[in-house]
Write a protein that binds this ligand. Structure first.
Ligand code: UDP
Length: 545
């Protein structure tokens, strides 16, 4: 079996002695259970009890040592979804002396990353909750390299996209149910437990209605590097690269990502013809039911536009080239502004995708399925009043995840896309033609602080004064080619709580309007590259007229 862990690679006797003598060692990062990742030597797992075990000895270490706060509510989140009460990690404790009475441990020699996948059957969850966080947790800890072992503890089977998880390391990932095969007690020589949440951009609405995370820490750069790494492992060269290699005419095309089971586009043929006509490009369709995922990625990575109903398959827009357009279609009574996982992705700085939402506003163009089971949007199980209220409603009110029947009813409708209104939305939003040529990434380099800021003042008359502020360019500017360099100056009269902002093109300026004699002004100066790359303010200047 592939699950065999070559015990030959470690000296069993030495490992057992080390465990008995030193016990378990744990050192974690993070102040709270929601931002914690722990590194362990000799963390053990008892398959029978389905519990992790920490063995205490004279030289074991547990940092942080939280005492009983370790259970309030948990040591850490095992998935990347924040503070979800089905995703907590903890361990039980035993003295190392208890090993004498326990089954002989089996040691795992590989450096192991232990985590929960959140929803491995849904492509959005696979990428957002698992693949990206695993990829970047592995980059955070350099011994989690290509030889690392992944262990998925959520208890699911492989799921529909297991091949994607396999790309993250050269070793076969292990599922919780497989851990039993290694014996009653297994001990991970070196392991990390938990996932970085740094790359997630969306919260699914468990405590407040779904939306972008409050503090997004990832940019398009990291998403694109992850996508490139995955494509390399899939042996996909993008059509754009092929064009460069062959110096051929580039072939622009539109991709319609269709769903064939539910949430259908009922006039797909008409939609495809209209798109081809409007943009003078060929249009191809893909679906998870008809193509392998790698072949879909290959098609998407060369597309100028991706059109799809709202749904998990749209996470594949992270494989689109820069400058491409994402068009998300929403069924009747679903407000696009309240469901923005793909809009947020497309809008991350550095993703450089154009995003357009279209919403079916015509109820007759919608086909609903009230008789289906509730999880496919059926509402027949509800009280008559409630059914009638839902049928009469023109928009799903804001709601929490995950079983709101009105939401499920509406989101699982099929749609006849009204072509004129879609084209109008596209013409309005897609300012420039979708374009692969401008695939050059925009600069993300921020200015340093301006140097040697100075002020000089003079009093002209009892009610007239001047304030001259000057500064030197930031240190890094002399090594850069920047299209537009501007400076921002804030002037605040001491004691007031408002300030006047100015945007200036040069390295000095004399202010005379609104400057009073015998007054102290606080002055801040910073540099701005290309309108939106802000530098830090220099130390505040105190300027007395
Ligand atoms: N799915 C699909 N075709 C369909 C319906 C679903 O490929 O006709 C995929 C979808 O992309 C996702 C998974 O099945 O990966 C679960 O779909 P669901 O509708 O439950 O979730 P959603 O797409 O709304 O996130």
């Amino acid at each position: 079996q592939s699950q065999e862990l070559s015990q030959a690679r470690i000296d069993y006797h030495a490992a057992l002695l080390a465990l008995q003598e030193h016990g378990t060692r744990m050192v974690c990062t993070g102040k709270m259970h929601t931002d914690r990742i722990c590194r362990f030597d000799y963390l053990c797992y008892c398959a029978e009890a389905e519990e992790f075990v920490f063995f205490h000895s004279n030289s074991s270490v547990m940092l942080p040592n939280l005492g009983p706060r370790r259970f309030q509510p948990a040591l850490l989140d095992l998935s990347s979804v924040e503070d979800h009460n089905t995703q907590y990690f903890n361990f039980q404790e035993l003295p190392a002396a208890a090993l004498k009475f326990m089954p002989k441990p089996v040691f795992v020699p590989d450096v192991t990353l232990i985590l929960n996948r959140f929803n491995p059957d849904n492509l959005m969850h696979v990428f957002h909750d698992d693949l990206l966080p695993i990829f970047y947790t592995m980059r955070q800890y350099s011994d989690l390299d290509d030889e690392a072992r992944l262990v998925f503890m959520e208890g699911w089977g492989e799921g529909a996209h297991f091949d994607l998880y396999r790309l993250l390391s050269s070793k076969q990932p292990l599922l919780k149910e497989q851990l039993r095969n290694f014996g009653k007690l297994m001990c991970f020589t070196k392991s990390y437990v938990g996932l970085s949440k740094m790359t997630t951009w969306y919260q699914y609405g468990f405590v407040q209605p779904q939306g972008p995370k409050a503090n997004i820490l990832v940019s398009g750069n990291e998403i694109r590097q992850f996508a490139l790494s995955l494509m390399e492992k899939l042996n996909i060269t993008t059509p754009a690269e092929e064009i460069l290699a062959n110096a051929e005419e580039k072939d622009e095309y539109i991709v319609v990502f269709s769903r064939s089971i539910n949430r259908l586009i009922l006039n797909e043929a008409e939609l495809i013809m209209a798109l081809s006509q409007e943009f003078q490009m060929r249009t191809v369709t893909v679906s998870l039911e008809e193509q392998t995922f790698p072949s879909i990625v290959k098609v998407i990575s060369g597309a100028s536009m991706l059109v799809s109903m709202h749904g998990a398959q749209l996470v594949s827009s992270l494989f689109l080239p820069r400058g491409a357009v994402v068009v998300e279609l929403f069924p009747y009574a679903v407000n696009p502004e309240q469901y923005t996982p793909y809009k947020t992705l497309a809008s991350l700085p550095g993703m450089e995708l154009q995003y357009v939402a279209w919403r079916n506003m015509v109820e007759e163009n919608s086909v609903a399925y009230p008789e289906r089971p509730w999880e496919q949007g059926g509402i027949a199980h509800l009280e008559k009043d409630e059914q009638e209220r839902i049928l009469a409603s023109k928009e799903v009110p804001r709601h929490l995840c995950c079983r709101n029947p009105e939401w499920l009813y509406r989101i699982y409708q099929d749609t006849i896309v009204d072509i004129p209104s879609l084209l109008e939305a596209l013409r309005e939003a897609v300012k420039i033609r979708p374009n692969l040529k401008k695939a050059k990434p925009a600069s993300m380099v921020h200015p340093g602080r301006v140097r040697e800021p100075l002020c000089q003042t003079s009093v002209q008359a009892t009610n007239e004064a001047k304030l001259t502020v000057s500064w030197q360019i930031p240190w890094n500017l002399k090594y850069l080619k920047v299209r537009e360099v501007k400076y921002e100056v804030w002037i605040q009269e001491q004691g007031e709580n408002t300030y006047m902002p100015y945007i200036l093109p040069h390295q000095n300026y004399t202010f005379s309007e609104n400057i009073k004699p015998f007054t102290t002004y606080l002055v801040w100066v910073r540099c701005i590259f290309n309108k939106n790359l802000l530098g830090p303010f220099a130390d505040v200047l105190m300027c007395r007229t």
